[in-house]
Write a protein that binds this ligand. Structure first.
Ligand SMILES: [Ca+2]
Ligand SMILES: [Ca+2]
Length: 534
């Protein structure tokens, strides 16, 4: 009997400890000081998920605006253009990497960082970053910075120290004594193990950007401190670079699966959310992180949004959606928006139509000579579910450059064209401005889940029914190259009455005795929005 009681007690202890172990998530950034947001510089938040209402402008710092005539865009140039960005209506700016980097002028991508706490002298000074934060926040514009947890430059002092096998920083990078003869070829056919003094370090992108060893607690902590340095100063969030490559399976033989999407990488972001980001929310300064996980597999997007039932990144960039946007493919768009509607409540997607990489052509090039398609793509981005990201220059339909490689996507913004389009009510800039205003004015367009109504135009036309708060909207996006004399939409059973008004577009509307809404006429690729009151 006594023995049984002891056994039962032991079992109870086991159960309690077991439960506690499951509930206490691992700390990965032990030693991090409390978050200390600069209250004069930071913008307070009234809700922690403001990123769902964001309209992001993705800005390439070196190409945006040159304030001092040296030919390179800079932080001061951004300050000079804030009024125009505010006029456009975006509310969040994503700055491409501006930390001191080893990048050459020709391809100033900045992802090879030398100093995480210093602005690259070609782009400005730390005081300019402070001034930018102050001036942006004064206009209600939030700022997020690009952060690179996977790698840094061979010229970074941490790596220079690490080259000495006796250095305490040797383990901050991934070193081996022998170069594997097979596998580990990442993005090209060359080995990702790079020689130095008879040893080999791992760098998946190229020899100039060694991967950090995230199994080392000290280097993890230093990276968290570096990000905190800018978050404390007033930045509102982080765009996380190359999240798929944080950890490698070093016990593997270097197959593709050993080099990407390790469970430890997802666990890292869950811990970062909890330990690095959430403490700001607790103080009324919610910040968010958006992940670049470049994959066309939709399941791959989910990996980083949740880990073991806890939230990871707040948002992930929606790479699979590029196919829908670049081809104006209604079937793909519908499938992905329907999928987005069944994700866990805190899993959120960010949409874009082009970026600084080779992911897609700029719309100004892709749809050159097709203004109606350019306007349609803009509408799909700005009216559809998911936070929109506008890559600088796309708001004026600027074509990409003629260069080979990705620098063609990072050419200077044409400020003369921008000024011209601001004076022209029919310009693509004004179309962006109009759609942004419609999105800002309607919570159903920002937060409502997508549900599709059937139309008599078949799958060539999307009719998105969305609800939030006290409003309901119907967004109709035509992917048809033909004009339609009328378009008939089957309304939900409980709402067979005419809409209150046009929010975007115009034309006659009529509900027939079968509860269908007749609208028309419809131009090729036209987009319109109707509003019902509750
Ligand atoms: Ca400059
Ligand atoms: Ca890595």
């Amino acid at each position: 009997m006594r023995l049984m009681r002891v056994a039962a007690a032991a079992l109870l202890v086991l159960l309690v400890n077991g439960a506690a172990a499951a509930e206490t998530p691992t700390r990965l950034f032990a030693g991090l000081d409390p978050a200390k947001p600069d209250r004069a510089q930071s913008l307070a938040t009234d809700h922690s998920d403001w990123h769902k209402d964001a309209i992001v402008y993705h800005l390439w710092v070196a190409a945006f605006r040159d304030s001092d005539g040296d030919g390179i865009g800079d932080l001061r140039g951004i300050i000079q253009t804030l009024d125009t960005l505010q006029e456009l209506g975006v509310n969040t700016l994503w700055l491409s990497p501006f930390f001191k980097s080893a990048s050459t002028i020709r391809n100033l991508h900045g992802y090879d960082i030398i100093d995480h706490r210093e602005v690259d002298p070609r782009l400005g000074k730390n005081e300019d970053a402070d001034a930018l934060i102050r001036e942006a926040h004064a206009r209600g514009l939030r700022l997020i910075f690009d952060f690179v947890p996977n790698h840094l430059s061979t010229q970074h002092p941490w790596f220079i120290e690490s080259r000495d096998p006796q250095s305490p920083k040797r383990d901050w990078f991934v070193w081996r004594d022998h170069q594997p003869t097979n596998g580990w070829t990442g993005f090209d056919r060359r080995s990702d193990w790079h020689a130095h003094n008879g040893a080999y370090y791992y760098g998946i992108f190229w020899s100039g950007m060694p991967d950090v060893n995230h199994r080392n607690a000290a280097v993890r902590l230093e990276l968290a401190r570096a990000a905190r340095y800018w978050l404390d100063r007033g930045f509102d969030g982080i765009r996380m670079d190359a999240v798929r490559y944080l950890y490698e399976n070093l016990k593997g033989d270097g197959a593709k699966a050993d080099q990407e999407d390790q469970p430890e990488s997802a666990a890292w972001f869950e811990a970062w959310r909890r330990e690095v980001m959430d403490p700001y929310t607790a103080q009324g300064y919610a910040k968010f992180m958006v992940a670049e996980n470049w994959t066309n597999e939709r399941e791959g997007l989910l990996t980083y949004l949740r880990y073991e039932g806890r939230p990871g990144v707040h948002m992930t960039l929606n790479f699979p959606m590029l196919r829908a946007f670049t081809q104006l493919d209604t079937a793909v768009a519908r499938e992905l928006w329907e999928w987005g509607a069944i994700l866990p409540p805190d899993a959120w997607l960010g949409n874009f139509v082009s970026n600084h990489d080779m992911a897609a052509d700029r719309p100004g090039t892709l749809f050159a000579g097709n203004p109606e398609k350019l306007r349609a793509q803009t509408a799909w981005l700005l009216l559809g579910p998911g936070t929109p990201f506008i890559y600088y220059g796309n708001e004026i339909g600027q074509p990409q450059g003629q260069q080979r490689g990705d620098t063609r996507h990072r050419q200077p913004l044409d400020h003369k064209e921008l000024a011209k389009q601001r004076d022209d009510q029919d310009s693509i800039w004004h179309w962006h401005r109009r759609l942004i205003q419609v999105r800002r004015d309607h919570s159903s367009l920002r937060r409502g889940k997508a549900r599709f109504l059937e139309t008599d135009a078949g799958n060539k036309v999307l009719a998105l029914w969305r609800e939030a708060d006290t409003e309901r909207t119907l967004t109709i996006l035509s992917g048809s190259a033909d004009s339609l004399p009328t378009l008939t939409v089957k309304l939900p059973r409980d709402l067979q009455r005419p809409p209150a008004k046009w929010v975007l577009g115009s034309g006659p509307m009529l509900v027939n005795d079968k509860g269908a809404l007749s609208l028309g006429p419809w131009a090729p690729f036209e987009s319109k929005v109707l509003l019902w009151g509750k």
